[in-house]
Design a protein around this ligand. Structure first.
Ligand code: NAP
Length: 342
């Protein structure tokens, strides 16, 4: 039987958490190997959710904003510059032989075996590797309603987004009626946030009771700028280049109505990308990796660390994900040193 190549640190995922972990691990001479993931759909691509964002105005260090894809390309370049290697369909590549940059054909991880050390990581195009330490940074995917016009307007910058904190402050949303879809804490939080910019905010919920915590729900109910549209589902989003209205259906009466909006934010939850772990790491009931110590990146399996949205359903920001990636690389380095492997 042929032996797998041996790696000190394998990083799975390529958002801000993954690349920041790679920068730190590379600078610690760990020569990290990253599985950046494959572009499997329009909203699941190497680089993660930042690839779906237009201007990022809240990441420190970019006073004139930066687009999400530009920022991810910068983080990728920075990680590669210090000796990070990536798994592509054509094998392992370094900075010198990857002209496609972040748009190369990378491999996803198909499966992991975390039952014994070294851990075993297998790509979806057959590349298999043994790893002393693994950093999981696969992120979470925003849930969408699944409407055709929703995807069209979201991808063209047409005023449909799944992240109010990322996009809500853009000039296109100023003094317009906006809508947030959902009834959980995220929806309420986003609706409240948007009141700073919008002329009014519709909170569209499919039931007659919010799922959000009482304090958050009360905040929405008492905010004069928020109007909750109860028992409504979104049938369609109207507008050619930019959304102009949402078509709603009342779940009680079946009545349809068009409501004018200049922007729409879908906040119906996120799904962490943890399926490939096949239950080998402890997760909460919604699939987020549980950190053993909330101040660190350790997980239920010693030698496996987690960073970014895959282990964080609260903040979900590029800056917090990057910070967690930094912690994971330092934790991995210290752990390897304790094991005598670094
Ligand atoms: P969530 O609690 O799962 O809520 C999702 C909401 O979207 C629910 O109201 C749900 O409706 C609705 N929804 C789901 N699928 C839908 C669909 N297809 N069409 C229409 N509506 C749909 O998700 P979340 O709000 O993102 O929160 C996730 C976790 O993060 C929670 O534990 C939350 O407490 C936490 N969080 C906390 C804070 C905070 O404390 N500041 C902020 C954000 C998030 P139903 O209610 O009918 O199921």
């Amino acid at each position: 039987m042929t032996e797998n190549p041996k790696e000190k640190v394998v990083i799975i995922g390529s958002g801000p958490a993954g690349w920041t972990a790679a920068i730190y691990a590379a600078r610690a001479n760990l020569s990290p190997l990253v599985f950046p993931g494959r572009a499997v759909s329009k909203d699941l691509v190497p680089g993660g959710q930042l690839m779906l964002t237009t201007d990022v105005e809240n990441y420190p260090g970019y006073p004139n904003a930066v687009t999400g894809p530009e920022m991810m390309q910068d983080l990728f370049n920075q990680a590669m510059r210090f000796g990070t290697r990536v798994v592509t369909d054509d094998g392992i590549k370094t900075a010198d032989d990857l002209p496609g940059g972040l748009f190369s054909m990378f491999q996803n991880v198909a499966s992991v075996d975390l039952s014994k050390r070294p851990f075993h990581v297998t790509g979806d195009n057959g590349y298999a590797v043994d790893a002393e330490a693994v950093i999981i940074a696969t992120g979470a995917k925003a849930n969408w309603l699944g409407l055709e016009n929703e995807q069209r307007l979201a991808q063209s910058g047409g005023g449909v987004s799944a992240c109010a904190v990322c996009d809500g402050a853009l000039p296109m949303f100023r003094d317009k009626p906006l809508a947030v879809i959902g009834g959980g804490d995220s929806a309420v939080e986003e609706a409240t946030y948007l009141t700073k910019f919008a002329s009014k905010v519709y909170l569209v919920h499919r039931r007659d009771e919010l799922r959000a915590s009482k304090i958050m729900a009360d905040r929405a109910k008492n905010d004069p700028k928020i109007e909750i549209l109860w028992n409504k589902t979104v049938l369609d989003m109207l507008g050619d280049d930019v959304i102009t209205a949402m078509r709603l259906k009342d779940t009680q009466t079946g009545e349809e109505s068009d409501v004018e909006v200049g922007g729409l934010f879908v906040a119906i939850g996120h799904t962490p990308i943890t399926g490939f772990l096949d239950g080998q790491l402890e997760t909460d009931e919604t699939g987020y990796v549980i950190l053993k110590d909330p101040y660190r990146s350790t997980t239920s399996v010693e030698g496996v660390f987690a960073a970014g949205d895959v282990a964080d359903h609260v903040y979900r920001q590029a800056i917090t994900a990057a910070g967690m990636g930094c912690k994971a690389a330092i934790d991995a380095e210290r752990w390897l040193a304790d094991q005598g492997t670094h």
